[in-house]
Design a protein around this ligand. Structure first.
Ligand code: ADP
Length: 260
C-alpha cells in the first residue's frame, strides 16, 4: 500500500512562560493512501497539534511530516481541513459556500456549479442548495462543510472533532453520511474524536495517543467489513474492538511508552 502521510519523529514544544512544554514527543506514523484513520486520546495529548502539523498550519520543532514523500511546507490545496466549528460563510448560500474554494482555484462557472452540486447531492443537501447557513441545523451545516472540503478535490481530509458539537442521533447519521461519501470518493482521512464508538465505527485503524508528553500509545486495527451498518455497530466484534480502544484510552499508565 502506498503511504500518503508520513510522520517521522515529530516533536513539538511550546514555550509556556519560562518552561518548554512538550505537546508531541517523537511521533512516528504512516497513513496509507485512501486509509481512514481516527485519532483518540485524553484531552491535551496533542491530537489537534498533530493534525495541524499534517495540515501545514503548525511546524514541528523536530522531525518532519511528508505527504506523497514530499515535506509539508505550509497549507495547500492537497488538504481539506474541517474543524468542529463549521466555518461557513454566513452570507453565502450552501451552493456558494461549496463553490467558494473552486472559485478561488479559478475553476470555470459551469464546472464549479456542477462539481458543487455533485457533492451537495452526495451529502444529502440537494433541497437546501439555496439556503443560508443560519437557516440550517448544526448537522446540515457540518454536511455543507464536508461538501465544501470535498469539492476542491483534496487528496487528504483532516477532520478535527467535526461532529463534536452535535447531538448523538445527528452524529450517528453524519458518520454514515461521511462513510458513504468516503466509499464513493475515497480520500485519505485523518479524523480526531473524543468518542470511542465513533473512532471504531469510522476507521480502518484507530490511533490511540497518550499525554504528557503527547505521543502514540497504541495503534489498533479495525478489521470490520464495509459498508458499516447498524448491525456492525451492534456486533460482538465491534464491541470487542471498542472495549480494546476504551481500555487503551482510559487505562493508560504514565510510564508506558509508544507501541508503534
Ligand atoms: P488535544 O487536541 O489532544 O486536546 P492539543 O494538540 O490541542 O491536544 O494540545 C496539546 C497540548 O499542547 C495541550 O496541553 C495544549 O495546552 C498545548 N498547546 C497547544 N497549542 C499550544 C500553544 N499554541 N501554546 C501553548 N501550548 C499549547
Amino acid at each position: 500500500m502506498t503511504t500518503k502521510i508520513s510522520f517521522r519523529s515529530v516533536t513539538r514544544t511550546f514555550q509556556v512562560g519560562d518552561n518548554e512544554f512538550r505537546a508531541l514527543d517523537g511521533v512516528d506514523l504512516d497513513i496509507a493512501d485512501r486509509e481512514f484513520v481516527t485519532v483518540v486520546g485524553p484531552s491535551g495529548c496533542g491530537k489537534s497539534t498533530l493534525l495541524n502539523i499534517a495540515a501545514g498550519l503548525i511546524e514541528p520543532t523536530d522531525g518532519e511530516v511528508r505527504v506523497d514523500d514530499r515535506p509539508v511546507a505550509g497549507p495547500g490545496p492537497d488538504c481539506g481541513v474541517i474543524f468542529q466549528q463549521y466555518a461557513l460563510f454566513p452570507w453565502l448560500t450552501v451552493q456558494q459556500n461549496v463553490e467558494f474554494g473552486l472559485k478561488v482555484a479559478k475553476v470555470g462557472r459551469a464546472e464549479r456549479r456542477q462539481r458543487a452540486r455533485h457533492f451537495i447531492d452526495l451529502v444529502g443537501l440537494s433541497d437546501f442548495a439555496d439556503a443560508l447557513p443560519k437557516t440550517l441545523s448544526g448537522g446540515m451545516r457540518q454536511r455543507c462543510a464536508i461538501a465544501r472540503a470535498y469539492a476542491v478535490n483534496p487528496n487528504i481530509l483532516l477532520m478535527d472533532e467535526p461532529f463534536g458539537a452535535l447531538d448523538a442521533l445527528t452524529r450517528v447519521q453524519l458518520q454514515d453520511q461521511l462513510l458513504a461519501t468516503w466509499t464513493a470518493e475515497k480520500r485519505t482521512v485523518m479524523f480526531i474524536t473524543h468518542d470511542v464508538d465513533e473512532a471504531v465505527y469510522l476507521a480502518n485503524r484507530v490511533i490511540v495517543m497518550a499525554a504528557r508528553p503527547g505521543r502514540l500509545h497504541e495503534v489498533i486495527d479495525v478489521d470490520l467489513p464495509h459498508p458499516r451498518t447498524e448491525a456492525i455497530r451492534l456486533s460482538e466484534q465491534f464491541t470487542a474492538i471498542r472495549n480494546r480502544v476504551w481500555h487503551a484510552v482510559y487505562h493508560q499508565t504514565p510510564t508506558e511508552g509508544t507501541s508503534r
